[in-house]
Design a protein. Structure first.
Length: 225
């Protein structure tokens, strides 16, 4: 098992590329296991319609290296039915052995707390030892009780560079509970430093742009690969 780095500076990597198309990127991820907080597995905007042996193989290797593997499920800001989200998580578990869940497009307002509380319970029941809610913004503080990690920023570098300070309630929680996902990042941009200053110990900064930015590895791993 790979020795893991301090949790003070870890990478959550959403690599939305097929292992057959980008085998070198997945190999870099596996070699870099000690630097990773977790990896999001997303075969087809979720687990797909049937198991994919290539994704199963890389997921197994990541888990063997000690990396939590998170199954991707879109929650559509609370509009997607509970049963559909849970079905995705069960398929991820059964087909790919995922040991965590990445609930994308999570609502941020307090009105949806009950819905996400039920999803959190179902995620744990489906075997999620690591639960991540991707709000993309700072949500109602009640969400911090539901998940292990909140993604409180997702967007391009220009917006991240000029983003407002984190709300005061975040200071009540350790930095290891917050993540920033930044794309369209220019070479040399101080994303990790900004994340640390803004109270997020987990981040990912990639050069990818457009509608599919998460097909690229973070700079920190490209340099290491």
């Amino acid at each position: 098992m790979t020795t893991r780095e301090s949790k003070d500076h870890m990478l959550l990597v959403p690599l939305y590329e097929h292992p057959a198309d980008r085998p070198e990127a997945w190999e870099t991820l596996i070699r870099s296991a000690g630097r990773l907080h977790s990896v999001v597995l997303n075969p087809d905007s979720g687990p797909g319609a049937a198991p994919d042996e290539r994704f199963a193989a890389v997921a197994e290797r990541l888990r063997a290296a000690g990396v939590p593997v998170l199954g991707y499920a879109d929650t559509d800001y609370g509009r997607r039915p509970h049963a559909a989200v849970v079905q995705d998580l069960l398929r991820h578990r059964d087909w790919y052995g995922t040991d965590g869940a990445f609930l994308d497009q999570a609502a941020a307002d307090g009105d949806q707390l009950g819905h996400y509380r039920r999803l959190a319970v179902a995620s744990r029941a489906a075997g999620a030892r690591t639960l991540v809610l991707n709000h993309g913004v700072h949500p109602h503080p009640g969400y911090a009780e539901l998940a292990d990690l909140l993604v409180t920023f997702e967007g391009p570098w220009d917006a991240y560079r000029d983003a407002a300070a984190a709300p005061p309630w975040t200071a009540d929680h350790p930095a290891q509970r917050f993540c920033h996902l930044v794309y369209a990042v220019p070479p040399g941009a101080p994303t990790a430093e900004l994340a640390a200053q803004r109270g997020a110990a987990v981040h990912c900064a990639v050069p990818g742009t457009g509608a599919h930015p998460w097909g690229t590895l973070p700079y920190a791993l490209e340099a290491a690969g």
